[in-house]
Design a protein around this ligand. Structure first.
Ligand code: NAX
Ligand code: ADP
Ligand code: K
Length: 520
């Protein structure tokens, strides 16, 4: 962002203009969050640099719209600060920390305000919080935990988070929402910083077009937003039929995991696949069929433990010509037989069509048993490991995977020449060509068995409709994460079950698509 700011100056857009744009964008979002400005009491914590200057612009606009706004100057501002002059001219109240010994004024303001804006520190050079700033952040965090009605909104980054790494001072601000200016900094993509940022909203600050185009080409990591997801949703022609939207074959399920197969099938239906066939062990078919009224069924021979028998590979392979995508793995179980099945379905050697494929769960575990699997995948594939499955596939300890999620997903995608979706809070998607993106969802409601099976069905359903693997993975993950956020807002963090996600998927797609005209 520092380089972009310099390039903007050269292109004729001053830092001051960017700061004004940034402050206005933040003020608009805060007003929206509060459901209006008039009569609200807002406390803006102002630091010494440009983040503090953004805070003063936010304060001025909110005051202009009728809020009672107090700026608490955490660290001295320059004596001739024009942003301070402007804020005072609009009637913003100012309290200086140097005159608030023992912080009685700050305590009083925190006790009565509706919302706190953290504009103490942003993306400047990081150093650990000193005593003065740390005092303030500790008080804010403690009053926030006593007052569930109080929102803390951070400008650009929560104060105390290292913008480049995501490391955090133990006294860092805990925010309910972070307003990321232009390109989100790594500090709110990586944990623990990401865990302190709350919901992340990305705001435009009006970089000149030539600068932002160059930046988009240069920056390796995309932060998925509703706008970037919308761009991946295809039009749905009015004159269409079930064949228009593809046919997905799902190979899944075993005696112990009947629901996994069923959840994947429903995930695919709910993102608009034209036809979905579930190829499952005969005993799973008998249980799942009564729930899956829209699904086509292909019952398969099974072994003594209720897993698909490897001889079923012939049954599947001879039919694949009639399908447009394949999803493999949910609840498959793990045995020599299932490894043979996976080898025959997915790896070089046989000669069926190379259907776009998503592999999850035991599909991945079985795959890891096949010699040289990473060099022999036949089709364009999305692999969707959780961190434990990533360990199985790469041999790298899970703590290592989690410490460097972006790099490990990227390296794996390049090495395997396939798309990789590394699950978990802030899911990472990486393409074999070096693109990568972060899905901005951290949601404990998703931490429940079966949610990954829904994701596999969603990605498979998109592949079947002709969406390219990298796009299917990032769009699928975005739809899944958005649906989960909706479920969480209705039902809370605990007790959500995977099938709760399903009903939300069509509305998530419709809302993202918006009122755009459907083409015939
Ligand atoms: N780069 C851009 O294009 C734009 C940047 N903007 C804002 O500018 C911010 C970056 O501004 P700055 O570079 O001034 O950085 P900061 O606002 O983070 O402030 C840096 C100042 O804080 C001091 N400081 C750093 N760590 C400290 C600590 N632990 N305790 C006490 N003081 C500490 C530094 O010595 C320095 O004086 C962004 O986060 C964003 O809010 C926006 O105004 C929009 C335009
Ligand atoms: N705390 C979390 N924040 C965001 N997403 C999460 C969180 N916990 C789990 N998820 C998501 O939920 C899904 C879980 O998938 P997985 O671990 O394969 O479970 P299962 O196979 O039991 O369905 C993944 O999409 C993962 O990214
Ligand atoms: K901040």
């Amino acid at each position: 962002m520092q380089a972009l700011e310099a390039a903007s100056e050269t292109a004729g857009v001053s830092t001051d203009a960017l700061m004004e744009n940034a402050g206005l964008a933040c003020a608009l979002r805060i007003r929206q969050r509060m459901g209006g400005a008039a009569g609200r009491l807002v406390l803006v914590l102002v630091g010494p640099g440009n983040n503090g200057a953004d805070g003063l612009v936010v304060a001025r606009h909110l005051r202009r719209w009728g809020a009672d706004v107090c700026c608490y100057i955490v660290r001295g501002r320059p004596a001739d600060d024009p942003k301070m002059t402007d804020a005072l001219a609009y009637g913003v109240a100012v309290v200086d920390s140097s005159e608030d010994h023992g912080r009685p004024n700050l305590g009083r303001l925190l006790g009565s305000c509706h919302l706190v804006v953290d504009a103490i520190l942003g993306a400047g050079r990081y150093r650990p919080l000193d005593g003065l700033v740390g005092d303030v952040t500790v008080l804010v965090n403690s009053i926030r935990s006593d007052r569930p009605d109080l929102s803390v909104v951070a400008v650009d980054l929560p104060t105390g988070v290292n913008p480049d790494t995501g490391a955090a001072d133990p006294r860092a601000i805990v925010a309910d929402e972070t307003l990321a200016l232009c390109h989100p900094k790594h500090g709110i993509a990586n944990f623990p910083g990401a865990g302190l940022a709350g919901r992340v909203t990305v705001l435009e600050i009006g970089l000149p077009a030539v600068v932002s185009a160059a930046a988009d080409a240069d920056l390796p990591t995309e932060w998925m937003t509703p706008a970037s997801a919308r761009a991946l949703i295809a039009d749905r022609p009015l004159v269409s039929h079930k064949g228009t939207f593809g046919h997905l074959m799902i190979v899944a399920g075993s005696r112990n995991f009947v629901g996994a197969a069923s959840l994947a099938a429903q995930g695919a239906h709910r993102v608009g696949a034209g036809l979905v066939t579930l190829a499952a062990p005969d005993s799973v078919y008998r249980l799942a069929a009564s729930r899956l009224t829209e699904t086509i069924h292909l019952p398969l021979p099974e072994d003594a433990d209720g897993r698909i028998d490897p001889s079923a590979a012939d049954v599947i392979l001879e039919r694949l010509n009639n399908y447009s995508a394949l999803a493999v793995g949910c609840g498959l179980g793990l045995s020599d037989g299932t490894a043979t099945l996976i080898e025959r379905l997915l790896l070089l050697g046989e000669n069926p069509p190379a259907l776009p494929t998503v592999i999850d769960a035991d599909g991945l575990n079985n795959l890891s048993q096949c010699a040289d699997w990473d060099k022999r995948l036949r089709a364009p594939t999305v692999l969707t490991p959780h961190p434990g499955e990533m360990t199985t596939l790469t041999g790298r300890p899970t703590v290592e995977v989690q410490a460097d999620r972006l790099e490990i997903a990227s390296q794996s995608a390049k090495g395997w020449r396939q798309t990789v979706l590394l699950k978990g809070a802030h899911t990472v998607v990486a393409s074999p060509g070096g693109q990568r993106c972060i899905l901005p969802f951290a949601n404990p409601a998703l931490a429940a068995g079966g949610t990954g099976d829904v994701l596999t069905g969603v990605i498979g359903g998109l592949l079947a409709q002709g969406v390219a693997p990298y796009d299917a993975a990032r769009l699928g993950g975005f739809l899944h994460g958005t649906a989960a956020d909706r479920v969480r807002s209705q039902r809370g963090d605990a007790g959500v079950v995977a099938s709760d996600l399903l009903d939300h998927l069509p509305a998530v797609i419709a809302d993202l698509r918006g009122p755009r005209a459907t083409r015939v």
